[in-house]
Design a protein around this ligand. Structure first.
Ligand SMILES: NC(=O)c1ccc[n+]([C@@H]2O[C@H](COP(=O)([O-])OP(=O)(O)OC[C@H]3O[C@@H](n4cnc5c(N)ncnc54)[C@H](O)[C@@H]3O)[C@@H](O)[C@H]2O)c1
Length: 386
């Protein structure tokens, strides 16, 4: 199977391309192309020290033509991986589907329910896969919680609180050009992870949303909703509070702060789940600051998201739930290879129902929540029914 990655930016470098390179090394996938309209993105990716060290002798075919031309030249039923900015997902995903390609798309699939319905319809008519990459689902702790919740051990979710605050230095990046009040907010950008995770664990769906935002200025003077407090009401009446910001101190350990607490009950006794998702038990104090955005001399690194390990070579082996998540979706596309449409549709229906891989059908609540959140934040946190 050929794999074509559209968008060669940060997430391509940090998670997607190393996963695909490793799958190629294992013989699971064939030729790898990366398409980006900016040649400098591709040059940076080709020369990235981590990738060069981890995958000696491996390379991708760089493509700077319009993505539609690159996709249009593919044989049917290969895999197109979409890693362009959120607002461009819809065009790239629909182009891939119309050219009879399977799709892996980074979160969020799209920003409206209507677009997600279009994608479901196009993919369904053609027997094609659209897998959405929410990697927190592949963190073992999420899968543990899901099995235990679904076996009844926690009873029913009642109240919860989650947070994900990125470091302050994000304000100095390209975010200041696009993360403006009219286009996004801290909840829309990062809050979706915990909304999706609570739905994944409990099987509940969001029924209403309210987002209170605080406007703050970027270094270039642009204004963004850089601090948000969201309240998600679920279809059983439960309530999840989610706080997000680009505001965790750069001097703080780890790359951000994030956690999830859920209070549950079976009507007789209470139950409780508490995940620290930034502090995972490791404390390092280096002789000096190793350098890089947000790096600190005292550090609490996560071994769980994405690491390169030396397992004797060649190169380094990517491990972690970031790897597992992308590999899981690519493996599903491999499973569909060579099957007739009816057989593909049967498998796709089975995966929609299993709900492990996010698909347009089984995770549409994410688009509904984002649409509602954008309305609510403009109205001082009004409650929007979904
Ligand atoms: N936790 C997560 O799941 C996670 C984390 C980071 C980013 N993301 C998602 O990944 C996507 C990309 O984010 P990023 O941080 O890598 O952004 P980025 O800006 O670093 O990279 C995007 C790349 O896409 C390229 N691009 C834009 N339009 C294009 C087009 N029409 N054709 C070809 N290339 C085009 C840009 O040149 C750039 O190199 C976003 O949807 C984001 O929400 C998800």
């Amino acid at each position: 199977m050929q794999v074509t990655l559209i968008g060669g930016g940060m997430i391509a470098h940090d998670q997607i391309l190393p996963t695909l390179f490793h799958m190629q090394r294992l013989g699971r996938i064939g030729e790898l192309q990366v398409c980006d309209r900016r040649p400098e993105s591709l040059e940076r990716l080709a020369a990235a020290p981590n990738l060069v060290r981890a995958f000696p002798g491996q390379s991708f075919v760089p493509r700077t033509e319009p993505f539609a031309d690159v996709i249009g030249a593919l044989p049917a039923e290969q895999l197109v991986v979409v890693a362009v900015p959120d607002a461009a997902h819809y065009d790239v995903v629909m182009t891939a589907l119309r050219h009879q390609q399977h799709v892996l798309c980074v979160k969020p699939l799209v920003l409206t329910v209507a677009q997600s319905l279009d994608i479901e319809k196009e993919a369904g008519a053609r027997g094609l896969m659209v897998g959405i990459e929410y990697h927190k689902r592949f963190d073992d702790r999420s899968l543990m919680a899901r099995r235990r919740y679904q076996s009844g051990l926690f009873g029913e979710f009642k109240l919860g609180t989650a947070c994900l605050l990125e470091k302050w230095y994000y304000r100095y990046s390209n975010f200041q050009n696009w993360f403006t009040c009219d286009a996004s907010d801290a909840f829309t950008y990062i809050g979706c992870h915990y909304v999706d995770l609570v739905a994944f664990i409990t099987g509940l769906t969001p029924a209403a949303i309210s987002v209170y935002g605080i406007r703050d200025k970027f270094p270039n003077g642009n204004e963004g909703w850089l601090w948000t407090d969201a309240r998600v009401i679920w279809n059983n009446g439960a309530c999840l509070n989610v706080q997000n910001a680009l505001g965790f101190p750069d001097a703080g350990p780890g790359s951000n702060t994030q956690s999830l607490t859920m209070y549950c009950s079976n009507g007789q006794v209470g139950a409780w789940l508490n995940h620290s998702d930034d502090y995972r038990g490791l404390q390092y104090c280096y002789t000096e600051n190793p350098g890089g955005d947000g790096a600190t001399t005292y550090s609490e690194p996560s071994p769980d998201y994405f690491q390169y390990q030396d397992l004797g070579g060649p190169g380094l082996t990517p491990v972690g739930y970031g790897y597992r998540s992308v590999a899981y979706i690519a493996e599903r596309a491999l499973e569909l290879q060579g099957l007739a449409k009816d057989a593909r549709t049967a498998l796709l229906n089975q995966w929609d129902a299993a709900g492990v891989m996010a698909t347009p059908v089984n995770s549409r609540y994410n688009e509904a929540v984002v649409e509602g959140a954008r309305k609510s934040i403009q109205q001082d946190g009004a409650l929007i029914r979904l």
